[in-house]
Design a protein around this ligand. Structure first.
Ligand SMILES: Cc1cc2nc3c(=O)[nH]c(=O)nc-3n(C[C@H](O)[C@H](O)[C@H](O)COP(=O)(O)OP(=O)(O)OC[C@H]3O[C@@H](n4cnc5c(N)ncnc54)[C@H](O)[C@@H]3O)c2cc1C
Length: 500
């Protein structure tokens, strides 16, 4: 199947603005229910908040301290649902919480973990336990006791792409690098002006409009739709560091700081540790968000307080802006991670506009389901949601690595492993009509076994257009490739990219 990256014209049941996790999740649910859908994203899919997260599918242990029991239960329930939908992208992760009695007493942590174990269903994840920490382990010897509990790791940007693929396979048009300039209601329909990069603006119509623009939600309402926003958003910057692997093992650490915030140290792509995050009020342009020196020092300080070995260098940094639904909390880390969905119509009760405020990656699927349920009175023919029970593209069946290896004995084992982790069973499409090593095209990086064929696949099936789309979102090869390998990727794309 070929995924066209072309502009479109026409009329749709639903137009979704925003190609982050919430927009693509809504598009996938709507297409699965039989609506005709168009999604526009001004940049690349997942270019903003949805690729800058801590990459956890989690209930959010710390939200229990804010009594957010319903939200935590919903998120814990989603862990199980999402693991089944995309087992290649989401896997269990064991967390170690070293105990520091002066920060939170043991009884409080025990009570919190008991609730965390029992608030939602838990079929595949191990329960919590009290631990004596290994004196020869990676933490400083003063940390001798702690707790362990389970959550999940997710490839956030790929989860977005998988939802876009699900929407596309349900018939949706996916338009990356296409900005919504303005939208107005006329004759009970939305008239939407779109502008795709390097093309003149054009118009489409839709019966309903969804504003899933994350940190831009209020701006889009006020400047593109000329309506007053029913909510204000609290924009909170969060930053991460990627450092060479700090410790052996597959466990993550959840570290309590003196300011009562928590910071994670998470194993990242075998060779690295991901450290984050911060919570800082943010007023600027969400597209320009960057880590500050203070945030970097804050993150490195806490790592040095807990770990024997300090990071030798910072390999990569990234920041994102949380679009939090403003509940007037004083401390940015205490603002709710819950979401709010608001629907308004024209005077005839038609041309609905649904806006998304807040949310988390973890709850994107329930958010989408609830959004479509709210729109269901406008689409009486709409089917019920399928998303709780259907796999995302790539997660349909487990691919047997050994069987694939036997079919392609010349394929490097580490390459096949990486492909399965990224593409799940869609590795079959990547290898479709490939017979020999030569069929994989030119070798662009010998160390990472990156061939032209993978780039072609990403452009054809995953809407990738630039080296950055490929190196930092569709894959994390940017962490591994040398500057000359990156240049080879750029050159290959220039020479082979389909013209739009
Ligand atoms: C530091 C950090 C850590 C986090 N960690 C976690 C975590 O571990 N687990 C978890 O569950 N959640 C986490 N979250 C929260 C989660 O990442 C966000 O809730 C989620 O990604 C928001 O997705 P979104 O689709 O609403 O916004 P976005 O991903 O920002 O998508 C909105 C899109 O709308 C587009 N857009 C804006 N205006 C227009 C326009 N006019 N036309 C077309 N497109 C437009 C933007 O380009 C953008 O791509 C974290 C967030 C941050 C910042």
């Amino acid at each position: 199947m070929f995924y066209p990256n072309t502009t479109t014209q026409g009329s749709f049941d639903l137009l979704v603005i925003g190609g982050g996790i919430n927009g693509t999740g809504i598009a996938a649910d709507a297409a699965g229910r039989g609506l005709s859908v168009c999604l526009c994203e001004q940049d690349d899919l997942a270019q903003h908040t949805s690729s800058a997260s801590s990459k956890l599918i989690h209930g959010g242990l710390r939200y229990l301290e804010h009594y957010e029991f319903r939200m935590v239960r919903e998120a814990l329930t989603e862990r199980e649902v999402l693991m089944a939908k995309a087992p290649h992208l989401i896997h269990p992760l064991r967390f170690i919480l070293p105990h520091q009695p002066h920060l939170r007493p043991a009884w409080l942590i025990r009570a919190g973990l008991f609730l965390y174990d029992h608030l939602g269903p838990r079929q595949h994840l191990q329960g919590s336990q009290y631990l004596s920490l290994d004196r020869d382990g990676p933490l400083k010897p003063e940390f001798h006791t702690g707790f362990a509990y389970s959550d999940c790791w997710v490839d956030d940007a790929r989860l977005v792409v998988a939802n876009a693929q699900a929407a596309y396979e349900g018939g949706a048009k996916i338009l990356p690098r296409t900005r919504c300039l303005r939208a107005t209601r006329q004759n009970d329909l939305w008239h939407i002006e779109l502008k795709t990069e390097n093309q003149p603006p054009y118009s489409v119509t839709a019966k309903a409009l969804v504003n899933a623009t994350g940190p831009w939600a209020v701006q889009v309402l006020e400047h593109c739709l000329h309506t007053k926003s029913p909510h204000s958003l609290r924009l909170v910057r969060g930053s991460h560091l990627v450092v060479p692997r700090l410790y052996e093992g597959t466990q993550a650490y959840i570290l309590q700081n003196e300011d009562r915030r928590i910071v994670f140290a998470i194993p990242y792509w075998d060779q690295f540790t991901l450290i984050g995050t911060t919570d800082c009020e943010y007023q600027g342009d969400p597209a320009q968000v960057q880590i500050t020196e203070e945030e970097q020092s804050y993150l490195l300080d806490i790592i040095q307080r807990y770990f024997r070995q300090a990071p030798t260098e910072v390999v990569h940094r990234f920041s994102g802006v949380r679009p939090l639904f403003n509940d007037q909390a004083q401390d940015p880390s205490a603002v709710t991670r819950d979401f709010s969905l608001k629907v308004s119509t024209n005077a005839n009760g038609l041309a609905p506009l649904l806006s998304v405020f807040g949310g988390k990656l973890t709850t994107y699927r329930v958010l989408a389901e609830q959004a479509l349920d709210l729109l269901s009175p406008f689409f009486p023919q709409m089917n019920p949601s399928q998303t709780a029970h259907t796999a995302l593209p790539g997660g349909e069946y487990p691919l047997n690595q050994q069987a694939v290896q036997e079919r392609y004995p010349w394929l490097d084992q580490s390459l096949l492993q990486r492909w399965i982790k990224q593409y799940g069973c869609r590795v079959e499409s990547l290898l479709d009509s490939v017979q020999t090593l030569e069929d994989l095209g030119p070798l662009l990086s010998a160390s990472m076994h990156l061939y032209g064929r993978e780039l072609d696949y990403l452009c054809q099936y995953e809407w990738a257009q630039t080296a950055e789309d490929i190196l930092w979102r569709r894959t994390k090869l940017g962490l591994f490739l040398s500057p000359s390998d990156c240049a080879a990727v750029e050159d290959y794309l220039k020479a082979n990219r389909p013209k739009h």
